[in-house]
Design a protein around this ligand. Structure first.
Ligand code: AHR
Length: 499
């Protein structure tokens, strides 16, 4: 079957916010310590940040970096990690000692080096409303009050003007320290929002939420007027306890309704007439959850080796294959299509664990997902335009839960640039074995066609210290002619530019 793609670049669905290509970094395992922040590394700069990792982050133009957690934040006290004397503390979320040598000032120095927006998630677990608003004082007030003066005393005269703040992280979950009920959450967030906005009305505020009507109705009824964002998280292949990874085909099954959570939240915001005021911050997402067994539950007889050693398994690069790349592209295409309501998305995380960049003492590995961000950030347009195909090929896939499903094997997104002529298509071939012929059945103002993409040899191709199976290929397809054909490789992510 040949897929005839048609495009109408006169009809646009809006501009995507570049923050949908955002990232997240948490005080977990080797994301920060022995990750991006490693003063002893041969790549460390004068502030202890790994220049090789920062260069890779800058190449995918990270627009916003969420920090410090994640579950970590719900018992984190920021004041212990600023100033000359740092107090090591026992991180009760991940049950390790945190030296507190990486704190607010180090994080904001990193964001400055990366030229990205900071996005700070506050402690709504054991934290207080003052602690949250004091943090905003420390970062954003010029000189008023003790916390701005403390920042100045610590050598930072100018305010950081941190715009994006979140109240809490997953406080709806029993696993979260300081979990809250829906009733408690609405009230707490409202009071926190009041104090934060009273310190700096320029801040944009998000709050922990999920696709649950009761939780969100309480939150939005109590605090909707103070919120600019609603935070949602999703990991599709939930493997925190066993690391029993879904197969390539099962991962493709997850892409079938990849934006169902967005649809639910949009519907609720519309019903509450808040969809024009509040946008979705999908501020933690990844195909797979992180592997950290025996840590969230209070199990008797669990020993350190039962919950610390297994975290190293996240570092096995062979897990991050074309399944991750094709899923990640499918998610990013869906967020582009939902640009009316999704304004931010943060890949969880960016460095190590299940991130797109893996670091080791002698260098870094760019995992398959890194190249997807490179393709979407650097080769695709910023304005979503109308695209359709009369018929799309389908295949049967079996979900990890055993359900047999039908899946369209080709995902099509069309874009143009707001500042230059031409169009760019993101075409994903999810089929594990079959290539797919597509025909560009439309006229275009551009005349040269360039094809960029990643595919790997097999669905299980991956990159590692001594292996580079997944890299971006580039092919000049010459002059554009209407109805020209391209054959998409199986398990591939493709950008076709007509410029
Ligand atoms: O597995 C990591 C955790 O996933 C993050 O800390 C939390 O926000 C999410 O539940």
């Amino acid at each position: 079957m040949q897929v005839h793609i048609q495009v109408n670049d006169k009809r646009s669905y809006g501009q995507r916010n570049p923050m949908i290509y955002g990232h997240f970094i948490e005080h977990f395992h080797r994301q920060i310590y022995d990750g991006i922040y490693d003063p002893d590394s041969i790549f460390a700069d004068e502030d202890g940040f790994r220049t090789d990792i920062m260069e890779a982050m800058k190449k995918i133009k990270i627009p916003i970096l969420r920090w410090p957690g994640g579950c970590f934040v719900s018992s984190y006290h920021w004041k212990e990690a600023v100033g000359k004397a740092r107090t090591p503390f026992f991180d009760k979320a991940w049950r390790v000692e945190d030296p507190n040598t990486f704190g607010t000032d180090e994080y904001l120095a990193l964001c400055k080096k990366l030229d990205c927006e900071p996005y700070i998630c506050t402690n709504a677990g054991t934290g207080t409303l003052e602690e949250m608003s004091d943090w905003v004082e420390y970062c954003n007030l010029d000189y008023e009050g003790q916390y701005a003066k403390w920042r100045i005393e610590n050598g930072h005269r100018e305010p950081y003007n941190v715009k994006y703040w979140s109240v809490g992280n997953e406080n709806y979950g029993a696993w979260e320290i300081g979990a809250k009920s829906a009733e408690e959450w609405g009230r707490l967030t409202r009071e926190a929002a009041k104090m934060i906005k009273h310190v700096d009305p320029q801040t944009e505020l998000s709050a922990a939420a999920l696709a649950d009507v009761d939780w969100n109705v309480n939150l939005l009824q109590d605090c909707g007027e103070f919120l600019d964002w609603i935070s949602i998280h999703e990991y599709w292949d939930m493997v925190p306890e066993k690391n029993d990874l879904a197969t390539y085909e099962q991962c493709m099954a997850y892409t079938i309704d990849i934006d169902h959570t967005v649809d639910e939240i949009r519907g609720l915001l519309q019903a509450m007439k808040l969809d024009k005021k509040i946008k979705i911050a999908f501020d933690e997402w990844n195909l797979r959850s992180w592997y950290h067994p025996n840590v969230h539950t209070i199990r008797q007889g669990v020993d350190k080796k039962d919950y610390l050693d297994p975290r190293n398994a996240n570092d096995d690069n062979s897990q991050y294959t074309m399944a991750d790349a094709v899923f990640t592209a499918s998610f990013l295409s869906a967020m582009n299509r939902n640009c009316d309501i999704v304004g931010m998305a943060n890949f969880a995380p960016v460095v190590n664990t299940r991130g797109c960049i893996y670091s080791y003492p002698e260098g870094i590995v760019l995992r398959s997902t890194y190249h997807v961000f490179d393709l979407y950030v650097n080769y695709l347009g910023d304005t979503i335009i109308d695209v359709w195909a009369e018929e799309l090929p389908v295949m049967q896939v079996t979900h990890k839960n055993g359900e047999d499903l039908e899946m369209e094997t080709i995902d099509i997104l069309a874009t143009k640039w707001s500042d230059k002529p031409g169009i760019a298509l993101a075409l994903i071939n999810k089929h594990p074995m079959e290539s797919q012929k597509i025909k560009l059945s439309f006229s275009a103002s551009g005349n040269n066609v360039k094809w960029y993409g990643i595919c790997g040899e097999t669905p299980n191709s991956y990159n590692d210290v001594d292996k580079n199976e997944v890299t971006i290929f580039e092919e000049d397809l010459g002059d554009f002619t209407s109805n020209m054909e391209v054959e998409l490789h199986p398990h591939s992510v493709n950008i076709i530019q007509i410029v």
